[in-house]
Write a protein that binds this ligand. Structure first.
Ligand code: NAD
Ligand code: GLY
Length: 272
């Protein structure tokens, strides 16, 4: 991917509160942009064993001068578990994290959901920053503040609404994302457009081949349009009292298909 595209900023507005979603190139290494979002001297980066070797260093270079550590999950949906939340909280304790500490979620939706929930639990809620590295996480899970983990009784049964301080969507990370994961992320984009944005749906039909071919300008536009749509819904209904439930469109069947395959045959976006 070339880096000739300017960074797009979308504000998620929740009454008096708001936070930026940045979409663009080389953002993980752009510490001048995101470091200002850290208020204290402690940071815990939560990632996984696939993403960390690729991108952790870009983030930790930006943490120079702070007390920081990292906590890595094994890869996979089954690790979005309560026992790993406890481990993440222990990592915050080992760091001596205070109320102004920040959790940084570097990875896909599994990492983002667990890291956000851990941040919601530590001292009853500290800051966190989402650094999504899958297309699905960029267009959906990193935005809107739904955090949580799975129980043996079911997926996402435990969680909290806890909004991030910022979302840093560095599209260069998509270069290493397996093609199947990329397509599953596109399915979530189509879902959003199908629910409530007919012109966007038509635009997606028109540009489907180019999006599948990773045309960078179009990928940025697709992410931005989906995030803008979701930000609008979340700003009107943060805690899913009504309209936000629309974002779960297709999830009854999707989750049933995922469950029937024991979460090993279908990806989430494929199920949806
Ligand atoms: P994921 O987090 O499992 O990531 C998919 C795979 O891609 C993993 O193997 C991961 O290690 C790998 N990966 C991530 N970034 C990579 C990169 N840049 N290069 C190479 N490999 C990379 O899955 P996902 O699709 O991102 O997220 C699914 C999860 O998100 C589910 O747990 C789902 O419940 C949750 N979710 C949450 C929300 C929300 O609003 N909070 C919304 C939708 C989905
Ligand atoms: N992905 C559904 C929601 O954020 O509400």
């Amino acid at each position: 991917m070339n880096d000739s595209h300017p960074t797009t900023t979308i504000d998620v507005a929740l009454g008096e509160r708001r936070y930026p979603v940045w979409i663009g190139h080389n953002l993980l290494a752009d510490r001048d942009r995101w470091r200002a979002m850290l208020r204290g001297r402690h940071a815990l980066v939560i990632s996984n064993t696939t993403v960390a070797p690729l991108y952790l260093q870009r983030v930790t270079q930006g943490l120079e001068g702070l007390e920081w550590s990292s906590f890595l999950l094994d890869d996979g949906e089954s690790h979005k578990s309560f026992s790993n939340v406890e481990r993440a909280l222990q990592a915050l304790a080992d760091l001596g994290a205070t109320r102004d500490a920040c959790v940084i979620a570097l990875g896909g939706g599994v990492v983002g959901d667990l890291a956000g929930f851990s941040a919601a639990c530590w001292m009853r809620g500290i800051d966190f920053i989402q650094m999504p590295t899958t297309l699905l996480a960029m267009v959906d899970s990193s935005v809107g503040g739904k955090t949580g983990v799975n129980l043996p009784a079911g997926k996402n049964l435990v969680g909290a609404f806890h909004q991030p301080r910022a979302v840093v969507a560095d599209i260069d990370t998509l270069a290493t994302l397996p093609e199947r994961e990329y397509s599953a992320g596109l399915a979530e984009v189509v879902k959003g457009a199908a629910i409530g944005d007919a012109p966007f749906f038509e635009w997606l039909e028109e540009h489907a081949d180019s999006l599948l071919a990773h045309d960078t300008a179009l990928v940025i536009e697709a992410i931005a349009r989906k995030v803008r749509y979701k930000a609008g819904v979340v700003s009107r209904d943060e805690t899913e009292q009504g309209e936000r439930a629309l974002l779960n469109w297709g999830h009854t069947f999707g989750h049933a298909l995922e469950t029937a395959g024991h979460y090993t045959t279908l990806l989430h976006g494929e199920g949806v």
